[in-house]
Design a protein around this ligand. Structure first.
Ligand code: ATP
Ligand code: FE
Length: 327
């Protein structure tokens, strides 16, 4: 289904982007396309389209890492943001803490050992009966404003592990158990039809979940800042991006971590935090300028060629304290 949705949308999306920018393919200097990580069936749709354009108009191709794009779009919105910097990337499928040394040069300080925070927001929102049409995350953030963040005692994940990794599967389960034990249904009940008391219970769960989910981020980020400053004392910026970075509660709390450590927080505007084409184009520009691109496809390249996709593509080598991080 995802592949079909991509195939149905791709031509129109590309055409609309060209129309909105008032350019045609012949005005382009290169084509940037996501080659990973992600579902190969979907990646292939994009790569196929990109190579078709590149072949017809003799354009170089830049293969982009989706998570690098989430990080680098911050350099589009803040032109002073130079490497090295620390980045937290929080989205539907990733929870990454990276030290960015340069283009394509990242050291991974932490990742999730199970779910990403966006997945925990989405599942919790569904169980709370929220309207998922604009995404579970924004709906839960909204409901949490009505709740008491200390009403439900959720435990903070991984405190015994003194590293920068994350875990959200356990917190997700805690949310489900909290809902079940309060006798409010997790089956597709719409919050809009809930009674006042029922709504308050749900809001309390939402606020308590959000408090602990973000406290977990804060604790790991504080440690990551310490690790990063030891390796690169010149760091000035703390970048937070990915869909969950559009959350105001998340931004406020991570700004406190940044300020406490003398760093400046850079969060792209919400529409550039969630998935967007601008971040892919911008990352393409950065690599293109640095001379990192592929030649245009051969004119006789067959339409059914096996592309070099990277469904699993780590953003950088792993680092853990005690082990030195060579670049
Ligand atoms: P990945 O980047 O890991 O491949 P993705 O591309 O699907 O995953 P993004 O588009 O970057 O993810 O982000 C989507 C996620 O962000 C969803 O889980 C969504 O619920 C979450 N999200 C969006 N807005 C908010 C918000 N205001 N509060 C919390 N979560 C949010
Ligand atoms: Fe994404």
């Amino acid at each position: 289904m995802a592949e079909e949705a991509h195939s149905l949308a791709i031509d129109q999306v590309v055409q609309k982007a060209l129309d909105d920018a008032n350019v045609s393919e012949s005005d382009l200097s290169a084509v940037a396309v996501t080659v990973g990580p992600g579902l190969s069936l979907c990646l292939r749709v994009g790569v196929h389209k990109a190579r078709k354009i590149a072949k017809s108009f003799r354009l170089p191709i830049v293969g982009v890492h989706h998570m690098e794009a989430h990080a680098l779009v911050s350099r589009l919105v803040n032109k002073d943001l130079d490497f090295p910097f620390l980045a937290l990337l929080i989205s539907g499928g990733h929870n990454l803490l990276v030290l960015a040394h340069g283009l394509g040069q990242y050291v991974q300080l932490g990742t999730t050992i199970d779910d990403a925070i966006g997945e925990a927001y989405d599942k919790s929102a569904r169980w709370l009966g929220l309207d998922m049409r604009k995404g579970g995350g924004p709906a839960l953030e909204q409901l949490a404003l009505e709740g008491d963040p200390n009403a439900v005692k959720f435990s903070v994940p991984m405190r015994q592990h003194k590293d920068c990794n994350f875990s959200y599967a356990g917190l997700k389960t805690q949310v489900r158990l909290a809902i079940e034990s309060r006798n409010i249904s997790t089956d597709d009940i719409r919050i809009s039809s809930a009674t006042k008391d029922d709504r308050q219970i749900r809001a309390n769960i939402a606020a308590s979940f959000q408090r602990v989910a973000v406290l977990h981020l804060e604790e790991r980020c504080q440690r990551a800042v310490e690790w990063a400053l030891k390796m690169e004392p010149s760091i000035k910026y703390f970048v937070v991006s990915g869909g969950v970075a559009s959350n105001q509660y998340v931004r406020t709390h991570l700004n406190q971590i940044a300020e406490k450590n003398g760093l400046q927080l850079v969060c792209p505007p919400p529409k550039l935090c969630t998935d967007n084409g601008v971040m892919i184009a911008w990352t393409g520009i950065e690599h293109f300028i640095a001379g990192r691109f592929d030649d245009p496809p051969a004119v006789d390249e067959p339409d059914d060629m096996q592309y070099d996709l990277r469904p699993r593509w780590p953003l950088g080598e792993e680092y853990s304290e005690g082990r030195s991080a060579s670049r």
